[in-house]
Write a protein that binds this ligand. Sequence first.
Ligand code: COA
Length: 685
Amino acid sequence: MTDAPGLMSEPESFALLNDYSITVPRHAVVHSAAEAVTAAETIGYPCVAKILSPDITHKSDAGGVQTGIHTPEELRASIATIQKNIHERAPDAAITGFVIEEQAPPGLELYIGGKRDPAFGPVVTFGTGGTLVELEHDITMRVAPVSKEEAAGMVRSIRHYPQLAGYRGTASLDEAALSDAIQQVSALFTNRPEVAELDINPLVLYTDGLCAVDARVLIRPPAAAPALSRPPLPENLFFGSRIALVGASANPKKIGYIVLRNLLTFSGTVYPVNPKGGTIFGKTVYPSLADVPEQPDAVIVTVPNTVVPQVMRDAGVRGIPLAIIITSGFRETDREGALLEQEVEAIAQEYDIRYTGPNCLGLQVPRLSLNATFDPKSPRIGHTAFISQSGAIITTLVDWSLSRDIGFSAVFSVGNQTNIDFVDYIRFAAADAYTRTIVLYIEEIRDGRRFFEEAAKVTPKKPVIAIKAGRSAVGQQAAASHTGSLAGSYEVYEAAFQQAGIIMAHNLSDAFSLAMLLGSEGYPQGNRAVVISIAGGFCVLASDYAEQHGIQMAPLSDALLAEMNAFMLPGWSRQNPIDMVGDAGVHRFALTFDALIRHQEEWDIAFVVSVPTATIDPVHLATEMARFSRHTDKMVVGCMIGGESMTAGVRVLREAGIPNFEELEDAFRAAGAAVRREEELKKHL
Ligand code: COA
């Protein structure tokens, strides 16, 4: 029951809310029963009496709250009861006085709160309130500042919204006042950096206005402002044609050997550097960077950690703009490592070198045949930039992608992100003409606010998909915390990502299916789908998956049906999913595509589902699908399901830039996630 350091008293909290035009109950601080009675004459009955003590946080638990007081006599008795309870339950607590408050009439109990997230800064939370706040967990949150439209969107997005909008004949409540209060809490957090946490619970909402009945405000000295952002990375920084490898080795067990072997395919020039000199793989080895005949565009570093500062200095003297520091043994290991990292950073700043890592796998740019990592596998060429905080995830993923024909514009291992961080990589990938989608694997972001602001600028132009690790650990932490921490970190990430238009994927397979879909088809314009299939069973499954993943089956207009009657079998189902029936050949598909092109205002996404059958040549069908896709700006999704017999058709689709899903549900899940992004963005506005 002891007070948390920095907790404001209730009258102080009320005064703060008052400053932000949030209505609080009429109240007064008194020091005796007589003063209480005088105060109640102005406040009015019924009223509430509460203990005022810096030593008691949970007043009700200590018997420090009396409600439903209707007369001066009851008020005197209540004060006496409080004194007695405190005397018994918290004998050491200092009693500073009592707060006499107007008893707010009943209404809908809601919650508005907020906290300063270590990564994202102030976050505002809104939801259903009262004693069941944790249990209900009907909350939504936004990274501040929250605009007027976003506040209104927050109000509409909770499950209990119908209750406040007017439900079964009840009057609608004052949504405008509620949105204002959310915005005011956001402004409070922005203007008052010392406010660490705030809970208004309950905030009672009426048909006209609201009242913040209970408020808890935690004050803490503001954290230091995050470091200023660096200038954007120079264009083509990662695409130079001359690369030096310092720490190149002739020993096949060394990383410096594996990296050099990977570099043999590089379309540019490689300069191995090792004091021993000689040749490795037939290449001249230079004793130092100073001896390299031409100025390298980048240097890869695979020497032990203590040697890295010297290599960086040498690189600075040579005017090399980029270092890829694979070496580990820095901040991630111990204090000494952290100091070494600071030294490296200071040298980089002195010489204006940007660097990836340290403690990273390196980078891969398939279109330059560049594999500057010690991952023995090189990925295929594609249009997705993969930016990962885990080297192991990269090696696993590259291996996985090869068998699935998934390609990359670039693969970046970010390591400790001491100099080049997620924001830099995202901005770089956004500007790269070869990159259509960006996939992130994130464990932790240090400057979440900058990340959030920059990502929000990128997502309208290029889809950004993120896998965020750490859901379970934070989930446990959130469960154990007080309402002020309802914004558990994982949830803050989710909220911030949604606000910034980043799509969250729950596993690598989903992330890359989505990248494939959005990379070739762009964002869907809506959720109305048509399904075209020769397999009745898949039509049924498609309907189920559509419902499950938020896709709506578009009703077919009479005009469209009339056109289709001309070439479909008599008695066809005349509905969506369009069951072409098992005897259909590619011609019937083609005629259906033509009709759908003519009526493309009726739908947003077309799923073309095909299975192995004697009447359909997959290559022919894929060619028709490519034509279909060319003649519509709507999303066309391939679902050529089967095995070997589909391979040639799937290849035609891939060449035409049409994503194919081997599992029908994966197609609907990916499209559903893409659709949800649009809906989330609308909800925020
Ligand atoms: N310039 C050039 N080469 C130098 C040098 C210098 N100033 N100083 C030493 N070297 C050479 C060494 O002689 C050696 O070559 P050799 O095999 O011909 O003798 C080579 O650089 C490597 O040095 P070595 O002492 O053998 O270290 P190592 O190969 O055992 O380890 C690292 C070096 C970088 C691989 C290791 O320190 C490390 O960090 N490993 C972990 C990497 C990692 O996991 N990163 C994160 C992935 S996600």
